[in-house]
Design a protein around this ligand. Structure first.
Ligand SMILES: [Zn+2]
Length: 204
């Protein structure tokens, strides 16, 4: 029997948000008929989401990605260092063409109740290596794949410039390293830099 592990962050007004970004708001409206609706205001990179090419200054949105990239085998890897994951840490993994790689770091251990100013991120060299290996998707267990405020945006550009989506804001605290089936289809926003997704791992 297969088990579905939810690796998505809950979406609600008190959810942690990257500083300076739009806060998540739910405004409930009751129509004269009595039916209830909610106006939702949030940032395209709030919670669990996919980064699209235009997030790195390129022209395409998340809708340019083939949905096939977001469904299929993936590998959760961990223990590759703190602060910044170096390219050298990836050499031992034997990453091959077509893999989906999710990085579980110490970010998963402290939880997602608040926004921490520092986190373990991917180095530009590591991102360039993953692009060279022609992976299908890269994910990380925090809101950003690069360090906050770092002028070098290589972790984004190396991947997005060759059409590799980045899955950010996944909670891997309950996930052991190993192989799973990933399902993380982006919502069908047209031409946007980011798209929310309900991301799950399926363990057979
Ligand atoms: Zn993002």
């Amino acid at each position: 029997m297969s088990t579905i592990i939810d690796i998505s962050l809950p979406i609600h007004p008190a959810m942690p948000i990257y500083p300076g970004n739009q806060k998540t708001e739910f405004n409930r409206i009751t129509k004269p008929s009595g039916s209830q609706l909610t106006n939702i205001t949030f940032d395209s990179h709030a919670g669990t989401h996919i980064d699209g090419p235009s997030h790195a200054g390129l022209s395409d949105g998340t809708d340019s990605f083939s949905l096939e990239l977001f469904y299929g085998p993936c590998r959760v890897v961990e223990g590759l260092g703190t602060d910044l994951i170096a390219k050298e840490a990836l050499d031992q993994l034997g990453i091959g063409s077509g893999e989906r790689i999710l990085f579980k770091t110490d970010n998963s251990l402290r939880g997602y109740d608040e926004f921490y100013e520092t986190w373990t991120a991917l180095s530009s060299e590591a991102a360039a290596y993953l692009a060279q290996q022609k992976v299908k998707l890269v994910g990380i267990d925090w809101f950003g794949i690069k360090q906050k405020g770092a002028p070098d945006n290589g972790a984004h550009t190396e991947l997005l410039s060759v059409g590799i989506p980045i899955l950010e804001g996944i909670n891997l605290s309950k996930v052991a390293s190993g192989t799973y089936t990933l399902v993380a289809l982006p919502l069908a926003y047209q031409g946007l830099d980011g798209a929310h997704t309900r991301a799950v791992l399926i363990k057979e």
